[in-house]
Design a protein around this ligand. Structure first.
Ligand code: DAH
Length: 343
């Protein structure tokens, strides 16, 4: 009896061994396990047959069956481990990262030349204690013109070809109305910078656009003189275009300032000798400025005997074009990524 069982166990184990050897994956291993150790498995059957074994043989037979089971489980476990190891190796080989490959670059946006130029101008004036404010792009004729000493029928009104929304409302032609709005608030002294978009019904060409940007500056305090204006704007020019930049103030006329001037800077390309960039002049005009007109003070509720002030207006595109040596303003609006990504 014992011998028959021993032979049977050997046969089961041999057979299982062969099957395990040829099993191709974890699923196959599992069905072999069920075939041997499952409820109706071949070893389980042998165990069930223990009741027919003579009592004195049972311990020996029991030990044999247990050994057979242990040896089957051992082989099964080894095969399972081998499969898992192979699967892991395959996965690692598949997911291998070559750290020497160049990284994928992400397309990143960056600031527009106008924005870079504006931030530069703001940085300079904020450093001098100015506050940045904003006014509306759709503006009352009253603020865009009247309060700036440009009454109806004033020729300056025609010069700035205005987009009218109706008789009283315009698209602002300049950032100067921000001066009037700031003064009317009545909080003195004032040191403000007001950047923003302005509109004029101009044809598009290399130096004109119906929509462009200006930066307005205004200082109001007691005892402000033209020397303050000059000192401030000279400092601004040196910070923006380099420490060797020279400045020149030419008399000019703006209705809201008296006296008024335009400021030129020495050409930063040729240092003033004259070149293609400054059209042989040696100088480049960059802004309009002047002392706030007493009449403007009065219209904005400030006593011109007590307070004085200066104002200036800079074309933002002009600064960007000069700083980056761009010769056509249209390039700033076309949003061609090949152009913009150079800055
Ligand atoms: N608003 C003027 C323009 O658009 C520029 C300007 C000139 C502004 C003189 C000023 C200034 O504040 O003082 O042409």
């Amino acid at each position: 009896m014992t011998e028959t069982i021993r032979a049977k166990l050997r046969e089961i184990l041999d057979d299982a061994g062969k099957k395990l050897d040829s099993a191709g994956d974890l699923d196959a291993l599992n069905s072999i396990r069920v075939n041997i150790l499952g409820k109706k498995g071949r070893l389980t059957e042998v165990l069930k047959g223990m009741k027919d074994v003579a009592p004195e043989d049972r311990p020996a037979v029991g030990q044999m069956v247990n050994e057979a089971r242990a040896s089957f489980e051992k082989i099964l476990e080894e095969r399972k481990n081998a499969f898992e190891k192979k699967a892991l190796e395959a996965k690692l080989a598949h997911e291998v990262i070559d750290v020497t490959l160049p990284a994928n670059s992400n397309a990143m946006g960056h600031s527009h030349p106008n924005t870079i130029a504006l931030e530069e101008v703001e940085r300079i004036f904020i450093g001098m204690g100015y506050e940045v404010v904003e006014g509306p792009e759709i503006e009352y004729d009253e603020y865009n013109f009247e309060k700036l000493n440009i009454p109806a029928n004033h020729p300056a009104k025609d010069e700035q070809d205005t987009f009218y929304i109706n008789k009283e409302i315009v698209l602002r032609t300049q950032t100067s109305p921000c001066q009037a709005r700031e003064m009317e608030k009545g909080k003195l002294p004032i040191r403000m910078l007001a950047p923003g978009r302005v509109f004029r019904s101009d044809e598009v060409d290399a130096t004109h656009s119906p929509s462009f940007h200006q930066i307005e500056g205004l200082v109001v305090d007691k005892n402000i003189t033209f020397a303050d204006l000059k000192g401030t704007l000279e400092q601004f020019a040196r910070e923006l275009f380099g420490p060797n930049t020279k400045t020149k103030f030419r008399p000019h006329h703006f209705p809201f300032t008296e006296p008024s001037a335009e400021m030129d800077v020495s050409c930063f390309k040729c240092g003033g000798k004259g070149c293609r960039f400054c059209k042989g002049e040696g100088w480049i005009e960059i802004l309009g400025c002047g002392m706030v007109h007493p009449h403007v003070f009065e219209m904005c509720g400030i006593d011109p005997d007590e307070y004085k002030g200066f104002a200036f207006g800079v074309g933002l595109e002009r600064i960007a074009l000069l700083k980056y040596e761009i010769d056509d303003m249209r390039l700033l609006y076309e949003n061609d990524i090949r152009f913009l990504s150079q800055f």
